[in-house]
Structures are given as structure tokens and as C-alpha cells.
Design a protein around this ligand. Structure first.
Ligand code: ATP
Length: 341
């Protein structure tokens, strides 16, 4: 009989690590399900790379890590990286400069399977025919794919990717990101990606784990994370968000841009995303346009509410607003959180 946990590829519990006074991981725990792509997302220095390196076995930490049910880190247990069945793609790719593309990809593949496997993986990542090239004869995007091929070639249980797109320019990054997602889906590879780029995380992942100061603070699907962040900091970190303070009373939080259902009583914080804020001209105005930024596909209009607080509205390219226009502002959706008492 199989249980739900049989499908867990990685189970990390209570990982803690400090460098002198700097806490890199603080009771870090995470589950990674077979065949899924999970992204570790968080601000610089929150411990993403350290978490990945502890899982891979390049760093020691207290706590436990199991990979497909086998303990690889724990009290008195430390399985070295090369015996964890983990593939790693580093930010700078870390290709062997004096080996050919095929030589790089063959690294870690048993000799008996060698050539056939290398050929197959190079084809998979779109590099068939380039096996004899040296790494310095490849573009950045191609080098990234060699690094991915090298990680995939030994058929690891999971691959860990540390900021794999950060050396690519913006256009190439989007393409390579989509290709990577396709390759991982096709090969049903379980993967953990580290990034500090919110859009990249939301667009690429099955699940996103948000980290803050060495801990995972929320794990959810991209859509749930964006629409139901568990606190205002996560809302703000994941996209644009404006905050209004008010009180919860008789089932509602009343604000200048609408009233929102809540069971909370007393001080509350209302978080509004610009795309949920509508502007209209003609009705009783409650704000003045302060600034507009036009992006073509949409525009961001900052308004000053009666009372002085500013809030942003993201709307389509029409109609155009001018600073000084008097408008009616209404939020069609907001999330309410406990405020400071
Ligand atoms: P970034 O997005 O900037 O790469 P990160 O979230 O990956 O950051 P880590 O690299 O894991 O963060 O670092 C976590 C904390 O541990 C940081 O404060 C960092 O300065 C510190 N740290 C990491 N490695 C070392 C080390 N080898 N020696 C000392 N401090 C370290």
C-alpha cells in the first residue's frame, strides 16, 4: 500500500545553520512532492542558497533531510553529495572548461550507459550535434542548457537549480525559463529552483515557498500565494500592494475605497492590489490623481484619497487621466489582516 508521504521526494525538517552571528537557516522545514517544481523565493540573504546547499549536501546543518524516504542528514547521519542522487545547476553553471559539452554531460553517468545517455539528454535540451564543442564556444543560454543536461544525465531523484537564469539577458531568460519548465515536465523531474525574482517564481512553479530570515513563511500555488498571502509582508513582497489601516466592526472593515468583510474586530490592516482598484469620473469624487505611469498594455495611476493617503490603480491603457483629475476610487477586492493594537 502506498501512503501520501511515499510521493514525497524531499522532506526537510527543522534545518538550522548559522555563520558566526548570522542566522542563515532557522528551523527551515519543507516538503517537495515527486514530479513537482517548487521555487524557494525570498529577499537577498534570507537563506535560499544555504537551504539548497544543505539539501544537496554541500553544507552541514542541524535538523533532518530525507530524499525519497532515505535519511541523508540527521543526528549522526551525513550522506555525501555524490551519494544523494541530487543534480545541481549553479548560478554560474560551473561547467568544466577543459571538457567538451559531451564530456561535461557524461560526468556522473555510469560508463556503461555513457554515450547513449549523453546523446539522449543533449537532444532533450536542444543541443544535439554540439557535443564536441567546448563550453567557451557556446552562448550563455546554451551553456545553461549544458548545465541542465549535466544535472539530468545521471537520472537524479531531484535537481536543484540556484538562480539558473540570472546570467541571461531578459529576453533569453523568459525563453530559457519556458524551455526548462517543458523539459522538467516531459522528464517528470522533481526540481527545486531558487530565485529572488517574484515573476519568475509565479510563472514557473507548481508551488512557491516564500522564505524570510531563514524560515519558510508560506507555501502555496502561485495563484493562491498571490491572491491569499498569509500576511501583508508577503502581499507586498509578491507584487504591488497598498495598505490602509482601519478597524473591524460588525463583520466589516470600512475604508475610503470600500468596505470588506472580516470577522476581525479592532485595528485591522486592509491590503489592496492596484489591479483591484477601479477609477471613475463623474460620480462623487473621493480622490485626486497624483501621477500616471503609462506602460502601453496598462497604466498605473496613483491617486491621493481625501484625507491624504495614496493608493494605486492598475488599469488598461484607456481612459487617460491627468494629475489633478478628480475621480471616484473603489476597490473591488481587498484582504483584511489583524492590525497592531
Ligand atoms: P541571495 O539571494 O542574495 O543569494 P540567499 O537568500 O541565497 O541570498 P544565503 O546565500 O543562503 O541567502 O545566505 C544567508 C545568510 O547567510 C546571509 O546573511 C549570508 O550573508 C550568510 N552566509 C551565507 N554563506 C556564508 C558563508 N559561507 N560565510 C558567512 N556567511 C554566510
Amino acid at each position: 500500500m502506498t501512503s501520501a508521504t511515499d510521493r514525497l521526494t524531499i522532506r526537510a525538517r527543522g534545518l538550522s545553520k548559522a555563520y558566526d552571528e548570522v542566522v542563515a537557516l532557522d528551523e527551515f522545514s519543507l516538503d517537495i512532492w515527486e514530479g513537482s517544481l517548487l521555487t524557494l523565493l525570498g529577499p537577498s540573504g534570507c537563506g535560499k542558497t544555504t537551504a539548497l546547499r544543505v539539501i544537496a549536501g554541500f553544507e552541514q546543518a542541524t535538523g533532518t533531510v530525507e530524499i525519497r524516504g532515505r535519511q541523508v542528514l540527521g543526528p549522526d547521519v551525513f550522506v555525501p553529495p555524490e551519494r544523494r542522487r541530487v543534480g545541481m545547476v549553479f548560478q554560474d553553471y560551473a561547467l568544466f572548461p577543459h571538457k567538451t559539452v559531451a564530456g561535461n554531460v557524461a560526468y556522473g553517468v555510469p560508463r556503461t550507459k555513457g554515450e547513449a545517455r549523453v546523446g539522449k539528454v543533449l537532444e532533450l535540451v536542444g543541443l544535439a550535434g554540439l557535443g564536441d564543442r567546448m563550453p567557451n564556444e557556446l552562448s550563455g543560454g546554451q551553456q545553461q542548457r549544458v548545465a541542465l543536461a549535466r544535472a539530468l544525465a545521471p537520472e537524479p531523484d531531484v535537481i536543484l537549480l540556484d538562480e539558473p537564469f540570472s546570467n541571461l539577458d531578459a529576453n533569453l531568460r523568459d525563453r530559457v525559463r519556458r524551455e526548462l519548465r517543458l523539459i522538467l515536465t516531459e522528464t517528470r523531474t522533481t526540481a527545486v529552483l531558487v530565485t529572488h525574482d517574484q515573476e519568475e517564481a509565479l510563472a514557473t512553479s507548481d508551488l512557491v515557498a516564500v522564505m524570510y530570515k531563514g524560515r519558510v513563511v508560506q507555501v502555496d500555488s502561485p495563484a493562491d500565494l498571490y491572491t491569499k498571502p498569509s500576511d501583508p509582508w508577503i502581499a507586498d513582497f509578491l507584487g504591488d500592494a497598498d495598505v490602509l489601516t482601519t478597524t473591524g466592526h460588525r463583520g466589516y472593515a470600512e475604508t475610503a475605497v470600500g468596505r470588506f468583510k472580516t470577522d476581525l474586530k479592532g485595528p485591522v490592516v486592509v491590503v489592496v492590489r492596484p489591479e483591484d482598484v477601479q477609477l471613475s469620473i463623474g460620480e462623487t469624487p473621493n480622490a485626486v490623481v497624483a501621477r500616471t505611469e503609462f506602460f502601453g498594455h496598462d497604466q498605473l495611476v496613483t491617486v491621493t484619497l481625501n484625507g491624504g493617503r495614496r493608493i494605486r490603480s492598475r488599469i488598461g491603457p484607456r481612459p487617460s487621466f491627468e494629475p489633478g483629475d478628480r475621480v471616484r476610487v473603489k476597490a473591488i477586492h481587498a484582504r483584511v489582516y489583524p492590525g497592531r493594537t
